[in-house]
Design a binder for this molecule. Structure first.
Ligand SMILES: Nc1nc2c(c(=O)[nH]1)N[C@H]1C(S)=C(S)[C@@H](COP(=O)(O)OP(=O)(O)OC[C@H]3O[C@@H](n4cnc5c(=O)[nH]c(N)nc54)[C@H](O)[C@@H]3O)O[C@H]1N2
Ligand SMILES: Nc1nc2c(c(=O)[nH]1)N[C@H]1C(S)=C(S)[C@@H](COP(=O)(O)OP(=O)(O)OC[C@H]3O[C@@H](n4cnc5c(=O)[nH]c(N)nc54)[C@H](O)[C@@H]3O)O[C@H]1N2
Ligand code: SF4
Ligand SMILES: [Mo]
Length: 742
């Protein structure tokens, strides 16, 4: 029987509305939902092909246990009880010996991260890691200091902005980050049509730069100095709204003092941006009257991500653009999360890591110390790791060393939809439902924080039934908690209620996997927060307008949750870091003077981190067969390289070998390599594992000294590298493209 169903995509933040044509319970086609009020009739090739990934013969169907070198099918009862018994035994020695890595996919389900956290709180371990120290912890660190709440992340008022400086983000490919915008090209063009101006500052003339008014090259890792001089000019050109700053902010004098030391001509050589050019940018930013600096992972994954992001926020605040129409706004979700968090001291637990003495940020430690926490002997050494919705062996720094560390674990449990490379090393692999097999509410950020360019709320049923024994993560972590002898969030009544709910749900699920009543729980959340009823939302597949979203002049001195309710322009922790600036400046300048090349990040339209290469339709062209090292033609020529050659890319940690692609839009002296490639060692990615490519993340360093000190961010861009003609042929069967990887 043919039928049409509605849902929304849960791969990236855009959360595009989708229409599914179904036959015999299976999706035969996915289309963008043209009537959707929030997502502009948009969807990308990953989203429209995702059902092929979920229907693949490679999908995990049953729990697996590794016995020797083989994976054997086991029952859920056996998996849960064996994992529970091992966890219990390890916990007797030290709760912190049990750790978890929460990947990006977890964030695209409302309940997955909540139940995973609940499990770890029940265990009583602080050893939680996540993809956030690979993409955005610098933002969280900066917001915690400035606004008192990690998730107060101002978003650009896209409908009214008149001048937008886009730096270290490429929304046309990434579909925006930290804000829900479904159709970036259309939205950017609308800004220009209204007379607004868009300037992109990036080491590559990106796809976003092509739809902007202007592009300005910047050298990788130098953004912090660009912003310091920007601030200097903002003061010099009288662009600071002193009345607003005095009324709603503290630290004006300190930040003015700091800015004084960084005139544009001091930083021009290092950033590669001439002083007059910077002065012109600042002039335009001030005169537009409704302006915003918008940043992303290119900033965060650099060496000074927290300082750079903080300064960009200071500029938006000092110029009067924060909380102003056409500037940057701080949204509201279902309820005032910040006030709730402050009252209940949610983010006040300041634990320190055993390795490197890092501060806990949003309940997690830096991924860059995970290998050390596993390898370093001692009473709290990590012995068990639960990986949920992520693939750290592809996405974390120094992935080769991490792989060695994972081999030392007594227990590695991976919950995923695929036997990816991390799962291939696991002791137990638990099959999760795919996004389309799961009822849900949209991505956590819009719902809790109102980070949407067009406010709406939506809900979806599971539109496809599972074909095997896959279970949702809320159920998995409830079961694991009880088998481990603990309660979710260390709260016994909660654990009982969940177990009872699961039992009560069983009669309705004859022949299916026992599961929590997910729709009931989502409905409860919506009703308690007075948003509506789940069923009513599902009945409006085009999305429903709601009270969440952004309002100008609603934030300053009203919703700021610092102790004095003012925005902290010069927080002590960040000001302390500025003492290092002169040394950083000298080091970066010396490195560039030596002619060291820098490796930067590059996302592709067809791949999402490490997990969409198993879609045959997205890998059939030349661009789908491998990742490349992108080089400026002049750099390639100087090294005797062409598109017919392979290059060896050496960093302080490792070497990878890749075919060369020439890219004249790249800043000379810079090479770019997409991440998430090199799947040769995944046992369960039938298509991806046969492709070429190498894992660029083995070039990034890990360890306490190699990550950003404030936020624990890994350095995944701006990495110093040496590039030369390959010493041999490419071995498409290895992680590094080289036989016998170091
Ligand atoms: N060099 C370099 N490295 C980078 C980056 C970069 O730009 N350059 N980007 C960084 C960024 S931004 C991030 S966020 C990290 C990502 O790091 P990770 O989150 O570790 O990696 P992903 O590849 O997104 O892994 C998602 C996993 O979730 C699985 N999955 C999908 N849906 C579900 C589901 O519903 N349930 C469960 N349980 N699993 C599911 C997928 O199969 C996949 O294995 O990588 C970072 N690494
Ligand atoms: N197609 C696709 N979409 C995705 C993803 C994906 O893997 N593929 N991943 C999703 C995820 S998890 C995230 S977090 C978001 C991230 O979304 P974005 O933050 O927008 O990430 P990118 O598209 O990698 O853009 C980073 C930009 O920073 C530039 N850059 C690199 N180094 C530097 C530097 O030192 N300084 C400056 N100024 N710029 C620099 C790069 O050239 C690039 O243009 O994207 C999401 N969307
Ligand atoms: S842009 Fe993101 S949310 Fe939209 S279809 Fe593509 S992957 Fe899905
Ligand atoms: Mo990310």
């Amino acid at each position: 029987m043919q039928e049409t169903k509605h849902t929304f995509c849960r791969i990236c933040e855009a959360s595009c509305g989708l229409v599914a044509e179904m036959e015999g319970g299976k999706i035969i086609e996915l289309r963008p939902n043209k009537d959707h009020i929030g997502t502009d009739g948009f969807a990308c090739m990953k989203g429209l092909n995702q059902h092929k990934m979920y229907d693949s013969p490679d999908r995990l169907q049953y729990p697996l246990k590794r016995v020797g070198d083989k994976f054997e099918r086991i029952s859920w009862a056996q998996a849960i009880s064996e994992i529970g018994a091992k966890t219990k035994a390890l916990r007797k020695v030290s709760a912190n010996a049990i750790s978890m890595y929460v990947g990006t996919a977890a964030g695209f389900s409302l309940l997955h991260p909540i139940f995973a956290e609940g499990f770890m709180k029940g265990i009583g371990s602080h050893n939680v890691y996540s993809s956030s120290t690979q993409d955005c912890a610098n933002r969280f660190a900066s917001a915690t200091e400035m606004y008192g709440f990690p998730f107060h992340q101002p978003i650009v008022d896209l409908d009214h902005v008149k001048y937008m400086l886009i730096i270290g983000t490429n929304p046309v490919v990434s579909k925006w980050t930290f804000m829900q915008v479904a159709h970036p090209v259309k939205r950017l063009k609308e800004v220009r049509k209204r007379g607004g101006k868009i300037v992109v500052v990036d080491p590559r003339e990106t796809e976003t730069a092509k739809v902007a008014d202007e592009h300005q090259f910047i050298r990788p890792n130098t953004d912090v100095f660009f912003f310091l001089s920007f601030l200097h000019e903002l003061f010099a050109q009288n662009g600071v709204d002193r009345v607003r700053a005095t009324q709603h902010m503290t630290g004006l004098a300190d930040i003015e003092q700091l800015a004084k030391q960084w005139p544009a001509d001091k930083t021009a050589t290092l950033t590669g941006i001439p002083a007059e050019r910077l002065q012109g940018i600042v002039r335009d930013y001030i005169s537009a009257g409704a302006s915003a600096i918008v940043t992303g992972t290119g900033l965060g994954m650099g060496r000074h991500g927290t300082l750079a992001h903080w300064l960009s926020e200071c500029i938006n605040a000092l110029s009067g653009n924060l909380d102003r129409k056409g500037g940057t706004l701080i949204g509201e979700g279902m309820f005032d999360f910040a006030a709730y968090a402050k009252k209940n001291k949610l983010f006040n637990r300041i634990q320190r890591s055993r390795v490197g003495n890092f501060r806990e940020l949003n309940g997690g430690f830096p991924g860059g110390i995970l290998a050390d926490e596993i390898l370093k002997p001692g009473p709290e050494q990590i012995k068990a790791l639960f990986v949920t919705g992520g693939n750290p062996l592809m996405t974390m720094p120094n992935a080769n060393r991490l792989r060695k560390a994972f081999n030392e674990l007594e227990l590695l449990v991976v919950t995923d939809i695929y036997l990816n490379e991390t799962a291939s090393l696991a002791h137990y692999v638990l099959p999760a439902t795919s996004p389309l097999e799961r009822a849900d509410l949209p991505f956590v950020f819009p719902l809790f924080l109102g980070m949407q360019s067009k406010p709406y709320i939506a809900a979806t049923d599971a539109i496809v039934k599972t074909t095997g024994e896959q279970r949702d993560e809320a159920t998995i972590y409830t079961d694991l908690a009880s088998a481990s002898g603990v309660s979710l969030f260390a709260t016994k009544p909660l654990q009982w209620i969940m177990q009872l709910m699961k039992l009560a749900n069983a009669p309705f699920r004859i022949g299916k996997q026992p599961s929590l009543p997910i729709v009931f729980i989502l409905d409860l959340i919506l009703r308690l927060s007075k948003v509506g009823r789940f069923r009513d939302l599902v009945d409006q597949p085009q999305g429903m307008q709601w009270r969440g979203g952004t309002t100008p002049e609603s934030y300053l001195s009203k919703r700021v949750v610092t102790d004095d309710k003012k925005v902290q322009l010069a927080p002590a922790m960040l000001m302390e870091q500025t003492a290092r600036l002169e040394k950083i400046f000298a080091d970066e300048s010396a490195s560039y003077a030596r002619g060291e090349m820098r490796l930067i990040s590059k996302r592709m339209h067809s791949t999402h981190n490490s997990w969409t290469q198993n879609i045959a339709e997205l890998t059939n062209g030349e661009m789908g067969q491998t990742n490349y090292v992108y080089m400026h033609p002049d750099d390639a020529l100087a090294k005797g390289l062409s598109e017919k050659s392979a290059a060896d890319i050496h960093s302080s940690t490792n070497t990878i070998r890749l075919p060369v692609k020439l890219l004249s839009t790249l800043l000379p002296g810079t090479v770019a390599i997409p991440h998430g490639w090199g799947h040769q060692n995944a046992r369960g990615l039938g298509i991806a594992s046969k492709l070429g490519g190498a894992n660029v993340n083995i070039l990034a360093a890990d360890g306490a000294d190699a990550i950003e000190s404030v936020s624990g961010m890994a350095h995944l861009t701006g990495i110093p590298v040496r590039v030369e003609k390959a010493a041999g042929p490419i071995d498409t069967g290895s992680w590094s493209g080289i036989t016998e990887a170091a």
